[in-house]
Ligand binder design. Structure first.
Ligand code: GLN
Length: 198
């Protein structure tokens, strides 16, 4: 397969870092803001940012239902932080009524929004990541954690006993931000998932 076309949802959040990381990991990376762009990509990265705002913008841009449909259809997706929240099947502390983050239901898991954020706004640490031969330096910013995973979800990483990285089929999610560190192994893993190598 030639370089896969991977979109980065570019309504809000740290889009540029993911585009750069994906390109370094061998993908043809483009921004996604419109329906036509979503239809054209093989896979999608949902970046960090604010999941409630992203949900609002997904509705405004008429992307929420098309994105749910593509995910239900099996399009590979990777979500970091706010993106992890959106990929969940259930979100706890989803936000104020009327402005809640809406689950896209890509991964059978319950995620608590701002879970670490209640304890400490942001922190960094080295974590073991299944399949990688050395620790990943993980940056957490008002990060969620995963409180429940379904039987088909593989836990790939934990921090302070909480699940912070998961994979279900071609769906990948991390509570932290690998796009911020220069370590491209997690983006490479996603590219390999998209091309069927992982
Ligand atoms: N707390 C944010 C949210 O609820 C996520 C933070 C982040 O993406 N760095 O969406």
């Amino acid at each position: 397969m030639s370089a896969p076309h991977i979109g980065v949802l570019a309504l809000q959040g740290d889009t540029r870092e993911h585009l750069a990381a994906l390109r370094e990991a061998g993908a043809d990376a483009i921004t996604v803001r419109r329906r036509g762009e979503l239809d054209a990509v093989d896979a999608l990265v949902i970046p960090g940012g604010e999941s409630t705002t992203m949900t609002h913008l997904l509705r405004e841009f008429e992307l929420l239902d098309p994105l749910r449909a593509r995910i239900a259809d099996g399009m590979p997706a990777y979500g970091s932080c706010a993106g992890m929240i959106l990929l969940a099947s259930e979100i706890l502390d989803a936000g104020v009524v009327g402005r809640e983050a809406a689950p896209l239901k890509g991964i059978d898991m319950t995620v608590r929004r701002n879970a670490f954020g209640r304890q400490v706004d942001s922190f960094e640490g080295d974590i073991e990541f299944e399949g990688l031969d050395s620790a990943v330096h993980a940056v957490f910013i008002r990060a969620p954690w995963v409180e429940r995973v379904g039987p088909d979800v593989r836990v790939l990483g934990r921090a302070a006993d909480h699940i912070v990285a998961v994979r279900q089929g071609q769906m990948l999610a991390t509570a932290f931000h690998p796009e911020m560190t220069g370590d491209r192994r997690i983006h490479r893993l996603f590219v390999d998932i998209v091309t069927g190598r992982a």
